[in-house]
Design a binder for this molecule. Structure first.
Ligand code: PLP
Length: 386
């Protein structure tokens, strides 16, 4: 079989050895964590140990962690008009225009109550725009991601928290792409609600968590029934999934700084290679970004064709945002940053991870050099040659 180079770590990451081992051990602890007998208590122990690991990773408290089926569910759970702090429901939601689809969908808010916060061309959310939107109505729930999945742009979340709280609102932060890559502290950033996902950090797919600040905020449950997760999410816990998540988050945090410094050096090497292409752009390069992410565009490049060509050469990359239906949409992130159609379909995302090597990066550069001539060439009718 052809040797593969995987550079799509923002889509998902391979299962970590530690997560696999924790899950394998958990399969045998079959008890129901809600049962009082020894079997139940053993399963409960795994769940609570993982809760401590997740809380530690984001500077939170274990009793403020609710396990969910992933980042999508954590976001949907967070985006609710009714939370424990406000006696009255919050009627308005403000989301940045570069959010993941699960935030743009507005959670449990009616879509006509959802306002979009603009972003600058750099990829950073517009804080003046936020000030204006907050001044226009009653206290709102605001959702701004910590780092963007396409550009890697790290958002000014602490500044946003200040503005939101001054206006009496609440701040939700989607940290799905940030966890394991940069330092996160729910306390230092003054965040009210924070979403994370296991599979981006080498945990199992279908696991995530919503973490609350210490301020009594509890969105009403999305899944109701039994009183699991302190009434925050009904249903018998996915014990092996939770154990795998706990092990993954612990492994991701141990050595994160050294690991990500190495990844950033590799990412910079990749960018040095890609930049040789005349007319190319590396999006958001002028601002702080995740150490592992490069969003690279060249006008006229058809990103979806490039992804297929790279794949045939043994290199997995992605075109801006992943497509869910097999159809590639223009990047809504680049659209929000003010780029036109020549760029919003022309962006390739390279995202690196803890197993990426220099050889992987050099192979990606070499592959781009091999393919770029043909990928950027068009015939006189403007039709692509592939
Ligand atoms: N938020 C961001 C920024 C993401 O990149 C993703 C996954 O692509 C999600 C949320 C959804 O997470 P999950 O796949 O665990 O539902």
């Amino acid at each position: 079989m052809q040797e593969r180079t995987y550079l799509d770590w923002n889509a998902t990451a391979p299962l970590r050895r530690e997560a696999r081992a924790a899950m394998a051990a958990a399969w045998d602890l079959f008890g129901n964590p809600s049962s009082v007998h020894a079997e139940g208590r053993r399963a409960r122990g795994l769940v609570e140990d993982a809760r401590v690991s997740v809380a530690d990773a984001v500077g939170g408290r274990p009793h403020n962690v609710i396990f969910t089926s992933g980042g999508t569910e954590a976001n949907t759970l967070a985006l609710t008009p009714s939370s424990g702090k406000h006696k009255q429901d919050i009627d308005n939601l403000i989301v940045s225009s570069i959010e993941h689809a699960s935030v743009l969908a507005g959670g449990r808010f009616a879509l006509d109550r959802v306002a979009r916060l603009p972003v600058h061309r750099s990829g950073l959310v517009d804080l003046d725009g936020l000030r204006t939107l907050l001044a226009q109505g009653p206290p709102a729930l605001v959702s701004i991601m910590l780092a963007n999945n396409e550009t890697g742009a790290i958002q000014p979340v602490a500044e946003a928290a200040h503005l939101v709280h001054e206006a009496g609102g609440l701040l939700h932060v989607d940290a799905v792409q940030a966890i394991g890559k940069i330092h996160i502290s729910i306390k230092e950033l003054n965040i009210d609600l924070l979403s994370i996902s296991a599979h981006k950090i080498g945990g199992p797919k279908g696991m995530g968590a919503l973490v609350f600040a210490e301020n009594q905020i509890r969105p009403s449950a999305l899944i109701r029934g039994g009183g699991q997760e302190q009434g925050g999410r009904a249903g018998t816990e996915n014990v092996p999934g939770i154990a795998g998540f706990g092990a993954a988050v612990m492994a991701a945090e141990t050595g994160r700084t050294t690991n990500m410094a190495r990844v950033q050096t590799l990412r910079n090497r990749l960018e040095d290679g890609l930049r040789q292409t005349p007319g190319s752009v590396i999006f958001s390069q002028e601002i702080a970004r995740l150490p592992n992410t490069t969003l690279f565009g060249v006008p006229t490049l058809k990103a979806e064709t490039a992804v297929i060509r790279f794949d045939l050469e043994g290199v997995a990359v992605s075109s801006g945002s992943a497509c869910s239906s097999g159809k590639v949409q223009p990047s809504h992130v680049l659209e929000a940053m003010g780029y036109g159609p020549e760029m919003t379909r022309s962006a390739l995302r390279f995202s690196l991870g803890w197993e990426t090597t220099e050889a992987d990066v050099d192979r990606a550069i070499k592959t781009w050099r091999k393919l770029s001539g043909a990928l950027l060439r068009r015939d006189e009718t403007g039709l692509e040659l592939f």
